[in-house]
Design a binder for this molecule. Sequence first.
Ligand code: 5GP
Length: 118
Amino acid sequence: MTDTIFGKITRGEIPTEFIYEDDRCVVIRDIHPQAPTHVLIIPRKPIPRLVDADDGDSALLGHLMLVAGRVAEQLGVGDGFRLVVNNGEASGQTVFHLHLHVLAGRTLVEGGLANGIG
Ligand code: 5GP
């Protein structure tokens, strides 16, 4: 399996502030934020794309969702945020290590983030 920048980040090989971490995932700020709050929930397990996850990853995927909600609340955006998972090049995925985008802080309806993350 090809390593990615997120593999290096989750292993601590590239110094990056973790705004949350546990034994299964880390949370970092996106280097090119698309909204005032834009963080990435990254599992330590390097699953390339969502479609590469299998039944054995069910608990991990659920955990990532729960962490997304908790971190959003910790960041003060628990009342309004969007989760985005890009899957594959056609979706705009650029880092092939599964991750959840948490976006908040500007309008999420009527344009804005309604159609994606940009
Ligand atoms: P994707 O397009 O794969 O869903 O999202 C990858 C995201 O990772 C992009 O929003 C990009 O800005 C972010 N990103 C890429 N490399 C780095 C990095 O080295 N550090 C951080 N913090 N974010 C990164």
